[in-house]
Design a protein around this ligand. Structure first.
Ligand code: ATP
Ligand code: MG
Length: 337
């Protein structure tokens, strides 16, 4: 059955990204970083976005929030944000209104916390700034709330760290400050770009449980961008797999890991280390992502790495096929078990 992703479910979701395309105009050519990306997320849902380095995960997050680099341009699509009875296209929203949403209702944990934090302002003050700007607490409660936020992300001795500058803290602590900043105003949607990269496994579990708790208690929707398939499988309700600027597969977590339909998803899972797998059982994905500056990119950008590819994949435009309940795949020759 061939069906378009822009279904009724997409229209009524808290956030619906529809046919989004992004290009970067560079001196060496136009980088087609995202092409026709569509997905949706509901209140309280945790959706994982996985894929190799360079597949477009961060660009997608930045495009949703309207904070792409100057060279980046949205060339098509819409980002629909639904609130009770109203739906807004974030891409068309005036910058001033969007700025009010960012940091409050829409929040992001950036991939590189050291770059995202203000290097010349104490971290506690940065938290107070966000609370003052976007929250509704009286002035005399701001510091107390900032300390509570530091404690909630398991920062040891919050009173002392409140007065630290980012350069005085380890990468892992900066990461946790970033998370506290993102959660400060109880956002409705959190985009977490590699939220646990610099953290040890115990803190990773604490942070992910905290995010999961907020999803349940406050119905916060969370997009978790990660390389860590084990983490995605444990914490996410649904997974979106990206390759070279395309969404190649999306499905609820269990079916995606148990019955991947896109050859790339299957290879990604086979290449993931697991405690019981020896190194000799890991199968690397051969080849690399295509150069996204090419003018004649094929409809399937996985073609040169795929052992199931045929002439059709080179020539025929692709749409997403539904292969199960909320399970979609973008492939002419999906795996069928
Ligand atoms: N400012 C920019 N100028 C030109 N190209 C860019 C720019 N930012 C990103 N790109 C390109 O867009 C593509 C997607 O990059 P992106 O950072 O989204 O990848 P990613 O999936 O987040 O990778 P990683 O897992 O390493 O973080 C890459 O080809 C990248 O080179
Ligand atoms: Mg990234």
């Amino acid at each position: 059955m061939l069906t378009s992703l822009t279904s009724e479910a997409v229209r009524t979701s808290m956030l619906s990204v529809r046919d989004l395309s992004v290009e970067f105009r560079t001196r060496n050519g136009i980088v087609k970083a995202l092409e026709n990306i569509s997905f949706h997320i509901e209140q309280g849902e945790t959706v994982g976005i996985v894929g190799e380095s360079g597949s477009g995960k961060s660009v997608l997050a930045l495009a949703i929030l309207g904070i792409l680099d100057r060279a980046g341009h949205v060339t098509a699509g819409e980002v629909l944000w639904s609130q009770q009875t109203e739906t807004y296209n974030l891409l068309k929203m005036p910058e001033k209104t969007l700025r009010q949403l960012r940091g409050k209702d829409l929040s992001m944990i950036f991939q590189n916390p050291r770059v995202a934090l203000n290097p010349i302002r104490k971290v506690g003050k940065q938290l107070v700034d966000v609370l003052r700007c976007h929250g509704d607490l009286p002035r005399n409660q701001l510091k107390q709330r900032a300390l509570e936020l530091l404690a909630s992300v398991k920062i040891p001795d919050p009173q002392q760290r409140y007065n630290a500058y980012p350069y005085e803290l380890s990468g892992g602590l900066c990461q946790r400050i970033m998370i506290a900043l993102a959660l400060a105003c109880s956002p409705q949607l959190l985009i977490a770009d590699e939220p646990t990269t610099g953290l040890d496994v115990t803190t990773q579990a604490t942070v992910m449980s905290l995010l999961k708790g907020l999803a349940t208690e406050q119905q916060m929707a969370t997009i978790v961008i990660t390389h860590d398939l084990a983490l995605a499988s444990e914490y996410c309700d649904r997974i979106i797999v990206m390759h070279a600027g395309h969404v190649v597969e999306s499905a609820p977590t269990h079916p995606l890991f148990n019955q991947p339909h896109h050859p790339y998803t299957a290879k990604l899972i086979a290449a993931t280390p697991e405690p019981h797998k020896g190194f000799d059982q890991l199968i690397p994905i051969l080849g690399s992502l295509p150069d996204l500056r090419q003018t004649n990119l094929p409809p399937c950008r996985f073609i040169s790495r795929c052992d199931r590819a045929t002439e059709t994949c080179q020539q025929q435009p692709l749409t997403h096929q539904q292969v199960g309940p909320d399970h979609w795949v973008r492939c002419w020759h999906p795996l069928v078990n």
